[in-house]
Design a protein around this ligand. Structure first.
Ligand SMILES: *[C@@H]1O[C@H](CO)[C@@H](O)[C@H](O)[C@H]1NC(C)=O
Ligand SMILES: *[C@@H]1O[C@H](CO)[C@@H](O)[C@H](O)[C@H]1NC(C)=O
Ligand SMILES: *[C@@H]1O[C@H](CO)[C@@H](O)[C@H](O)[C@H]1NC(C)=O
Ligand SMILES: *[C@@H]1O[C@H](CO)[C@@H](O)[C@H](O)[C@H]1NC(C)=O
Length: 455
């Protein structure tokens, strides 16, 4: 810039007429602003400055000092820096052309030629499309000309070149910023931007930008689509506290020799393997059907949540199953209905003791009896609701084979002691990695368990 200024100064001093002025270029984008700054020589601080077009007759003057603002033009004369700046706002394509910075003086005015170039604030004819998936990473290659080797490189969101540098996500001066990394390889004249930990929010348009000292900055457009983590199948399931539930996990046949596990957490990236940490979780692997199932016995309220069936430790793209498990508690139903009536009884008793005299003891007695009776009635009703729940689920379950229906929730009564023993060996083994030699035993165990609750 300094050299440009001194060049301009030379021009300013050398020029005394319109002819022969070999001005400088200014670049702007449609709809945006541009600053046209002209330096002037020592001694002209107090003189009137203006910007004009065409022949620079009186009617060609767009704005002059003393007016500060006129339509889309505003002027500021920085006397200390000996620089007058005209800002043209809301640029139009028709603003392109030659302008003159003028200094009024006796005799011929001083002129400085300015060529204004306007471009559309959008980019580009060619858009590189990229695709990645949730949780993955992507990298973009942005080549540039050798003349821009040492210039600033940057990367921004959107399609507007005018604001790209200002809103840059990462630049060659600041190569790391959260998910974004910019690597500039000057030898092959290419910079690379890597975006990691992608989420679907990262989908959209981006620009690679290269700063140029004189001219429009160079841009390349990219469109990124971040797809949902591939092929996730979502199932909702619910179970009852104290009962068992079986989660079905189909896997890709090529994963048959991988370790399978069930991972709990809102996102597959930060979930926890549940089978190794809890013995209530037991796994059966059916290699011939490319399916493993996990039975959670003695459901607890805390078992509710999101589970992921994992058969690929790399969490690569593939067909995965996500299971949303909700746990219904019978106890919640019970306490909810008794609580108000218990409170009611207490309130009544307190009120009676405080206000009623000893003679009314009979009344109190009668009241308490009445309330107790009411309470019994409520509890009686609860027993019915308690019973009706498992009954309906058993009916809904009738004859369902878990190996045929992969999406059905398995409600089951707690196992009888004999059956529990038959499965306990398997339950313990569930903590280890799946053992394919035990498959038949597992299935047998599971079948007897089914017969148990279908009875
Ligand atoms: C023009 O100059 C003003 C004052 O220095 C500045 O605030 C503004 O950002 C500049 N506009 C452009 C488009 O460079
Ligand atoms: C992006 O950077 C990360 C971390 O350095 C790396 O693991 C990943 O492979 C890179 N992605 C691409 C597509 O180059
Ligand atoms: C699961 O339930 C949630 C709301 O709890 C719902 O938004 C979603 O669509 C359901 N998914 C399936 C596969 O039924
Ligand atoms: C997902 O499963 C389908 C059918 O089983 C298969 O055609 C497809 O290739 C699988 N997708 C991936 C990414 O493995």
């Amino acid at each position: 810039m300094k050299s440009l200024c001194s060049v301009l100064l030379t021009f300013c001093t050398a020029l005394s007429s319109l002819s022969g002025a070999a001005g400088f270029h200014v670049f702007g984008y449609e709809g945006r602003d541009v600053n046209v700054s002209c330096h002037y020589d020592e001694g002209y601080q107090g003189y009137e400055k203006y910007l004009c077009r065409n022949g620079c007759g009186d009617s060609d003057v767009l704005i002059m000092t003393g007016q500060t603002k006129k339509g889309r033009y505003s002027i500021y004369d920085d006397k200390k820096a000996r620089k007058s700046t005209v800002t043209i706002s809301d640029l139009r394509a028709s603003d392109s052309g030659t302008y003159w910075c003028g200094v009024t003086r006796t005799g011929k005015d001083l002129y400085n030629e300015v060529k204004l170039e306007i471009r559309q604030d959008s980019c580009c004819d060619h858009v590189t499309e990229k695709e990645s998936h949730d949780g993955g990473s992507v990298s973009f290659s942005c080549p540039y000309e050798s003349e821009n080797q040492n210039n600033l490189k940057y990367f921004c969101r959107g399609t507007q070149p005018s604001t790209c540098l200002q809103q840059a996500l990462v630049t060659s001066d600041n190569e790391h910023n959260g998910q974004f990394t910019l690597t500039d390889d000057k030898e092959i004249r290419k910079f690379t931007v890597n975006i990691s930990s992608l989420t679907q929010k990262d989908s959209g348009s981006y620009l690679c930008g290269v700063h140029r000292n004189n001219g429009f900055n160079v841009f390349a457009a990219i469109k990124l689509e971040v797809k949902e983590w591939c092929c996730v199948k979502s199932h909702n399931m619910s179970g009852i506290v104290g009962h068992a539930v079986t989660l079905q996990c189909p896997y890709l046949p090529k994963h048959k020799n991988n370790r399978k596990f069930l991972c709990k957490g809102d996102h597959h990236k930060n979930c926890r393997d549940v089978i190794t940490s809890k013995s209530r979780f037991s796994m059966q692997d059916d290699v011939s059907s490319s399916l493993f199932s996990v039975t959670i016995s003695g459901l607890e309220a805390g078992d509710a949540g999101t589970y992921w069936c994992v058969s690929d430790s790399q969490w690569g793209i593939g067909n995965y199953t996500k299971i949303q498990l909700s746990v219904v508690s019978d106890i919640t139903v019970e306490t909810n209905s008794t609580h108000p009536s218990t409170k009611h009884v207490k309130d009544v008793v307190l009120y009676v003791v405080v206000t009623v005299s000893a003679v009314s003891l009979i009344v109190i007695f009668a009241l308490v009896i009445a309330c107790k009776y009411k309470r019994h009635k409520v509890q009686g009703a609860e027993v019915n609701t308690y019973r009706s729940k498992p009954n309906t689920s058993e009916e809904a379950m009738g004859g369902v084979d878990i190996y045929e229906n992969q999406e059905v929730v398995q409600y089951a009564k707690p196992m009888k002691s004999g059956q529990q023993n038959a499965c306990s060996q398997y339950d313990n083994e569930g903590e280890d990695q799946p053992d394919y030699e035990n498959i038949t035993e597992d299935i047998y165990c599971n079948q007897s368990f089914h017969q148990g609750y279908n009875r």
